[in-house]
Design a protein around this ligand. Sequence first.
Ligand SMILES: Cc1cc2nc3c(=O)[nH]c(=O)nc-3n(C[C@H](O)[C@H](O)[C@H](O)COP(=O)(O)OP(=O)(O)OC[C@H]3O[C@@H](n4cnc5c(N)ncnc54)[C@H](O)[C@@H]3O)c2cc1C
Length: 425
Amino acid sequence: MYDFMLTPEEQKVKKEARAFVREEISSDFLRKMDKNEITYPREFVEKLAERKLLGLRFPKEYGGRGMGWTAELAAIEEIGCLGIALGCAYSMPSIVGEAINMFGTQEQKEKYLKPYLEGKLVAAEALTEPRGGSDFFGAMTRADLKGDHFVLNGQKRFVVGAEGADFFLVYCRTNFEPDAHKYNRLSLLLVDRGPGVETEYLYGLMGCRGGGTGRLVFRDVKVPRENLVGELHGGALCFHQMMIPERMTSACGSLSMWAALDLAVRYSSRRRAFGKEIRKYQAVNFLVADSITRLDAARGLCYMAAKAIDNGYPNVRRLVSEAKRFATESAWEVVNNAMQIMGGIGYTEVYPIERALRDARLAMIWTGTNEIMNLLIQHEYYNEVLSPDYDKRLMENDATSPDDTERCFTDEDMMRIHEAGPENR
Ligand SMILES: Cc1cc2nc3c(=O)[nH]c(=O)nc-3n(C[C@H](O)[C@H](O)[C@H](O)COP(=O)(O)OP(=O)(O)OC[C@H]3O[C@@H](n4cnc5c(N)ncnc54)[C@H](O)[C@@H]3O)c2cc1C
């Protein structure tokens, strides 16, 4: 429907992704993942690599296609219909690859990024700790620098691909100065699976099964100094950059809920009640109207964020956070509507709507909860409106009685406002 927004090359990628999900991944594979009979979908990643669909945004020399976010959006929207675990396995090279591509050395790109995009290695990202995920900068996993290597100790949890990955991108504390600023405490390390790295497939997840989510424990793991990504204590910079693909992939993946909606549309065209197809009832078809409108609005927001990143817009954090929050909430609403349209059968395993609903719930929690998205959105917007560069017409100047407007503030407030100067009002 919206292919006109994509270039011919991006349309081609979308078609390739659509063909991939139809031809390569069997329903049996998805069912086995949901039953935890598959614990990591390695062959899925290998098949994607064979078709050169991984890491579309990265340079061709490392196996990417040198494309932009709009291409990745188009591909994820197709691939995400396989469920959140496979959507995540598809997105992980984009997330881990971002850090290596932006901050890694030539050697790191050759050793880790290239084989990852070729399907020869698989990676996971380890940020969250048992003490909490939202307060990321409070991480307690530590790496002590001892000459030419670090000694890594600590624990991470909820790591997708803990089971299955060959290497891990791990944030850890390296600066132990008690008054170190939070942005100057952490470093980012590439850690190979090996001695001292313990993983455990865990949790009895509600959805997103089969993606290898588990716990990681590091006990005196020796990590060569050359595996440091970016600067020592410079993890914050990598984190902020990585949060773009982290949240964009969550947002764009949520658009895949078109699959659940389309199922409900087909079902409601066949199912009859009181002598006619249920789609003829406004209570049903308005749910369809609401759902597709929400999805299109989410798609528009994701596309705007994608364009902003591709065009080097300087501060994309608000748009990316809005896209993540709105698209994940929309997916949740859409899948609930789809279930409602299907009635009782939607609540059974007869149709995979219940699996889609379990998947959709996660998207509002991971990659930064939607409450954290709200924190970021309001922060960025206050900064924009109160910026000295704000050059729009000020609506308060059009008040009917400016004196009354002034009286909204105390004398003390007015003094403070005047002292701050005109640009800070
Ligand atoms: C299936 C699954 C897969 C995951 N995959 C990965 C992975 O691959 N790698 C990884 O590192 N992590 C992963 N995560 C972790 C995920 O990102 C975190 O669960 C998430 O960031 C929230 O952290 P938390 O669970 O510790 O909740 P907490 O941080 O304890 O938050 C609990 C509640 O408090 C709210 N809250 C916290 N602080 C604030 C605040 N300042 N203002 C308002 N509300 C606040 C939160 O919004 C939330 O509602 C995964 C999680 C799951 C469930």
